[in-house]
Design a protein around this ligand. Sequence first.
Ligand code: XMP
Length: 510
Amino acid sequence: MQNETVIVLDFGGQYNQLIARRVRECNVYCEVMSYKNSIEKIKEKNPVGIIFTGGPNSVYDEKSPHYDKEIFELGIPILGICYGCHLMAYSLGGHVDTAPVGEYGKTEITTSDSLLFDGVDKNTVVWMSHTDYIDKIPEGFKITAYSKDCPCAAYENADKKLYAVQYHPEVNHSIQGQQMLKNFLYNICGCKGDWIMSDFAKRSIEALRNKIGNGKVLCALSGGVDSSVAAVMLHKAVGKQLTCVFVDNGLLRKNEGDEVESLFRKQFDINLIRANAQEKFLGKLKGVIEPEKKRKIIGEEFIRIFETEAKKIGTVDFLVQGTIYPDVIESGAGDAAVIKSHHNVGGLPEHVDFKEIIEPLRDLFKDEVRQLGIELGLPEKFVWRQPFPGPGLAVRVIGEITEDKLAILRDADAIFREEIANAELNKSINQYFAVITDMRSVGVMGDSRTYDYTLALRAVTTTDFMTADWARIPYDVLEKASNRIVNEVKHVNRLVYDITSKPPATIEWE
Ligand code: XMP
């Protein structure tokens, strides 16, 4: 049976996938389609509702995207958001003008009686971001909300099930925005909410199976959440046609290599090649202290080893990447792409022949990927892993990387993580780890003088990892971690806690 489907018709707005995600949060299946798709394509999907997204243009721009007016005659409920709201007015005989003052940011609107505002306060705060506004609504429509600077913040023709809002209900700043979207889906489109994440998994696995046929698939497995979820999904789709290559670069956390291997080989029975390249990496890194140089060496070495392993399995048809939606946005945006290239260690291997890249998580947000991971049977512990940088512990060992420093760091880091988990802070703190500095200082242990390493503990809260705040960990948790580390890990006699936010610091120390 087909799920009830909502189409998010994309006019180039920055929040298009966020709208899709909000619809999924209401347990309604939805697909984002570009406005470049014909109306016939939309009809084929048999949607119960359509949402027009925002977009950067003015409806009067020559290049602005328009749509076949027939869409308003299909009897399918439509919700126009921002540009979508202008387009609806413009297409149906209303008028859009450029306002003398734009409205940006949190704005209070006053709502009136409408199915869209069921359960919504009369005065409620929404997120506005526009200069154009509607100065004349189409005939047969009525205005249902206004703000101080915007006489038409929402309008509708309830008989025709056409609704439009000037603001962005999908962003968190619109306090009751989710309620409005839910109202559209349930009250207006008549959705029942028959979609759950396991449907996404089923659908995607089936689609992957059809696409891949008898082809061979290669996946670079890092052990991180995204590549793990992608690998398991592919494995469910094509089983032994998939080979995963896991490069152990000697810069992983305590027991990490073995845990990854055991999970994928034993629990999932995935074809896994573990390339034990610890010595190669550490050899190349010998004497190197400059952080960017470390990254470059690791990136290049990763590609070399991945290629060598890939060649052993012969021709591959598809290469899997665990790209998720926030990566897609980052790579698309100017400078962000540059940041990304060093973040995604290795990038794409040049000498592995394959027909196509497969990115099964491309439309999902991180928390949805975690949800999917649980759905696919990955253990909680794996699914809730914090992000771990591609260059691994190399960027947490300040100065030269040596086996000794790595061993100290691994033990200390494991204790810190354990204490964070014991205090049940592991889901609320987004990243937490230890760093070994290149500094030694004097201490006293028993009756003896010590001259040992200073380690730092770093813990941050963040939603996007572009900015971050240092986590206010309770003192007793810090105390316990500190005591345990100096007592249990040799050659550490001093612990400091990093209390800088990002900016001006970064999350990693290198
Ligand atoms: P920074 O240190 O730039 O880190 O504040 C932001 C986030 O990115 C991770 N990070 C990396 N991830 N390769 C990666 O795959 C890298 O070179 C890299 N550097 C930083 C970092 O752990 C944090 O989550």
